[in-house]
Write a protein that binds this ligand. Structure first.
Ligand SMILES: [Zn+2]
Length: 251
């Protein structure tokens, strides 16, 4: 029996991931997603395109057509999201180029208001190798601002100010990426690797993103100091923070 004065049940923490292409959330934030999910948190991935034109070269070389490739990438991404413990939603907005639009941004506002994220993950501002990633960044940030505004129409409650983390681009130095947060993903590394292996269309990246996790792990250990009892091989993901961290004490 529910007591009339019982406090409302606190919903689990919510993470929203906004990505341009079907594989992006796996390579760049699969560890962060798996960690949150392993704690019982809710993770929603807003995947704006399937990466059907720009990030599916293997399938094109095999002679597949556009619709087949979209279906392949959707299936792969759904499997990967299930392995990580997240829900993925596709917007099929078309890649290469992904064009930022008011309509698509409005759809993201609805996702923000529905999921009420405590944390937002998306691409960094710059990527001179792939214009779709900055387009996704712009829409993710713009939708977050609009979703905060009581005057912006749409269903659902307005959101707070969830911290935003930019995940690591494929060409970090050229994209102005500097690790500001190193997240220890050692305990969910096997899960991330399994999710990566769902992406057969981009098999060439499995080894690369394994190496990157080792390298970021080495940097994490160097910055953590010797006494934290970290695993011999610590795996990590790097993030940037576009907005200031809020604190009551420096830690
Ligand atoms: Zn991408």
């Amino acid at each position: 029996m529910t007591h009339a004065n019982a406090p409302a049940e606190t919903p689990p923490r919510s993470t929203l991931v906004v990505t341009a292409h079907a594989g992006d959330f796996v390579w760049r934030a699969g560890g962060a997603i798996a960690l949150a999910a392993s704690r019982g948190e809710k993770v929603t991935i807003a995947c704006l395109t399937f990466g059907e034109r720009g990030e599916s070269a293997k399938a094109w070389r095999e002679g597949r057509n556009l619709e087949e490739i979209k279906a392949i990438r959707r299936e792969e991404a759904e499997k990967a999201a299930a392995v990580l413990g997240a829900e993925v939603r596709f917007f099929d907005a078309g890649d290469y180029p992904l064009v930022a639009s008011a309509e698509l941004t409005d759809q993201l506002v609805a996702v923000y208001r529905e999921t009420q994220p405590d944390v937002v993950l998306t691409h960094p501002v710059d990527d001179p190798y792939n214009g779709d990633h900055p387009a996704a960044n712009r829409m993710a940030l713009e939708a977050r601002i609009l979703a905060q505004a009581i005057g912006y129409p749409g269903a659902g409650d307005i959101i707070g100010a969830p911290p935003v983390f930019y995940f690591e681009p494929h060409q970090p130095e050229m994209s102005g990426f500097r690790p500001e947060v190193l997240l220890d993903i050692t305990e969910v590394w096997d899960t991330k690797r399994k999710a990566m292996e769902c992406l057969g269309a981009q098999q060439h990246l499995w080894a690369y993103y394994t190496d990157l996790a080792v390298r970021r792990g080495v940097q994490l250990k160097r910055n953590a100091g010797p006494n934290l009892g970290l695993a011999h091989t610590t795996m990590a993901e790097a993030f940037m923070r576009p907005f200031p961290q809020i604190a009551k004490e420096l830690a």
